[in-house]
Design a protein around this ligand. Structure first.
Ligand code: ZN
Length: 267
């Protein structure tokens, strides 16, 4: 899910297809489970996929499991991030750290940068790469890239894109991996938190909130508003309730064991 423009888009978007980007069959524990790719484009309502409306509490999530709780990460394990070092604009590493700190405080989840990698983001990235990361789900890849690099659903106008990956049977899914990729060509944005409209920190915070499970809302007071708003970079009340809803206030949710996954090509 990405932040793209400061005004509504002028044409229907081809992307925004949550289930198709990384949907594949996963043979695991003798059964067929599904890998669900996160939102790809910046306008989820286009592309023929409908998302649940924002709750009365002012937030929206990509999906809920059968127990009514949003699809979420295991709150009892750190969410590991690995950074591709190329291309980060000056100051944006500090923005990442600030965004992580904000999200940890709001959600109670532990986001842990575990190192750097020479892996590049890709529209067909596998969430299980034992040769690179060992016998576990691949950490979330955070990178800067050119629009369209390696089939990424990142367009010229996008600021970034977040693709969380959930595994498990329908109605019983858990996030286990993903990618968060920012647009190298958006040199109109600046590091820092002075203004949502032009801030990389706001963009990083917004995309990482997508990674944790939040979707857009139609409320300019929230950072999860579809379009970058104005004013200082802060979470709105709805954002905070959403982060609590996907946060540590629920039981542990051990992820299925990592295993080979088929990944469909990006649309
Ligand atoms: Zn977004």
């Amino acid at each position: 899910m990405s932040e793209a423009e400061t005004r509504p888009p002028r044409w229907p978007l081809l992307l925004g297809i949550v289930a198709l980007l990384l949907t594949g069959a996963l043979a695991l524990l003798g059964g067929w489970l599904w890998v669900l790719g996160g939102p790809a484009g910046n306008e989820a309502r286009d592309g023929g996929v409908s998302y649940p409306a924002a709750s009365q509490d002012g937030y929206a999530v990509w999906e809920r499991n059968d127990d009514g709780v949003p699809v979420r990460w295991d709150p009892c394990e750190p969410i590991e991030l690995v950074l591709a070092p190329d291309g980060w604009p000056d100051g944006t590493r500090a923005d990442l750290e600030a965004a992580i700190d904000t999200l940890q405080r709001a959600s109670g989840l532990d986001l842990d940068v575990v190192g750097t990698t020479d892996e590049r983001p890709s529209g067909s990235r596998l969430p299980y790469q034992p040769e690179r990361y060992g016998d576990r789900w691949a950490p979330v890849l955070v990178a800067w890239a050119e629009p369209g690099e390696a089939g990424l659903p990142l367009r010229d106008i996008d600021r970034g894109v977040a693709v969380p990956v959930a595994v498990g049977a329908d109605g019983d899914r858990t996030y286990v991996s993903g990618q968060v990729v920012f647009n190298l060509e958006r040199d109109d944005l600046e590091p820092g938190d002075a203004d949502r409209q032009s801030s990389w920190q706001a963009t990083i915070l917004h995309e990482l909130a997508h990674l944790l499970g939040l979707a857009h809302v139609d409320d300019p007071e929230q950072l999860m508003y579809t379009y970058p708003g104005e004013g200082p970079v802060t979470l709105g009340d709805g954002d905070r309730r959403g982060l609590e809803a996907v946060g540590e206030g629920h039981d542990c949710r051990p992820a299925p064991a990592a295993d080979a996954v088929e990944v469909a090509p990006a649309p």
